[in-house]
Design a protein around this ligand. Sequence first.
Ligand SMILES: [Zn+2]
Length: 482
Amino acid sequence: MNEFEAGRPVVLRGGTVLPMDGPPEGGRRVLERTDVLVTGDRIAAVGPDLEVPEGTAVIDASGGIVMPGMIDTHRHMWQTALRGYGADWTLTQYFVWFYLEHGKLFRPEDVHAGNTLAAIEALEAGVTTVVDWSHGLRTVEHADAAVDALQAVPGRYVLAYGNIQQPPAEWTGAPEFRDFVRRRITGDDMLGFQIAFDVLGDPAFPERPAFEVASELGVPVTTHAGVWGATSDEGIRLMHEHGFMTPETIYVHAASLSADSYHRIAATGGSVSVSTESEQSAGQGYPPTWTLRAHGIPVSLSMDTSVWWSGDLFSAMRTTLGADRSREHLEAQTKGETVTHCALRSDQVVDWATRGGARALGRDDLGVIEPGRKADLVLIKNDHSPVSFPLLNPYGHVAFQAQRGDVHTVIVDGRVVKHEHRLLGVDLAAARAQIDRTIEYLRGAMGEEAWAKGMNPDIPTAKVLDNPYTYTDYRSDATHRL
Ligand SMILES: [Zn+2]
């Protein structure tokens, strides 16, 4: 018998609860030794020593941290089928591999395989909502496969429909796309919808019809903006001047834009999905939180793609804090100054990883722990880990100490989907078999040489200084003189 059968209330007893219910810039409230009661799909009560209905399942949260489920606002889930393959890529190599050469090899079943594994992986790491930035949907059969996979794993998802093999005006205008939206996007609370495409800055603004389709359907647009060498201020200007920048718009990366573009984003109320691990190694631009903060632009976090990076938001929080502080120190030190107090705090990145994502998606029922909100919850607790104590600064602990292996329990929509570090009702062996088939097919279709070459890009020849050991000579000189 499943001790967490559907409909049975659950209480997390005696945890350190991070409710994320303070003002946006400081969610630092901490509730010690507090219970969280879940009934149905909602949080029913939060407080010490709660009275609970008879038959409630009890999870001991003592010594652990209870926080809202994390929300990733931009992940190309289909690419998880190639986990780690592009670890040494730049953005250029990614574009060549996926956009120009091999992305079109993916069949519907390969999108299904990647999405399934990505969905399971997200749940396991406490990421309860993921925007599937699904730009490999070159046919509607691919899109059906993507949604089939998402609906088979008990997380909350938003399908951001995209297709890199066709101009956005074309695929958004196709009757089968409309038909897909009618058939599959039915207002289910567990499956949201966005339209995903990039604005390349052509003055003729060929993306205009795609924006019109989004407005007509009443769905948000998500777009890679401010990506060095790909999308620039021109795209932002065109969107703004044609009236397509709205509060629902999500700008992914927004890492290499001018102040003028940030002003346009701020003025129209959109938010930025920052993928720090991605921006740091692929080259979209410097991770922009340091300048987004100055412009008052709302932030959410994302992992982008497991072709390079991890799929857990602990990494996002950690690298974002690091990149922001790194930039702050560098800017000050360039002027001969010293930063004596960090501006970006750990509670702020926890906020971005939870409530920031909820806000970006227009979901004010997510991202906060209080009665009446949806029960998407994570318990971080690992009694076997030396990193689990002392628990002095819970926000700092989440941002810099905790790891995905410390995710003890995950609840989505009131349903316990992971308990005592184990996923419930997920068939990992089936997911693995599917991935194996996809890899075998891709390797075969590409050929061994192209497969190996894709994974091992050339290393540029680095010039080593003629004499990097200048001080060795200096010392030996000095010895001579003595
Ligand atoms: Zn992306």
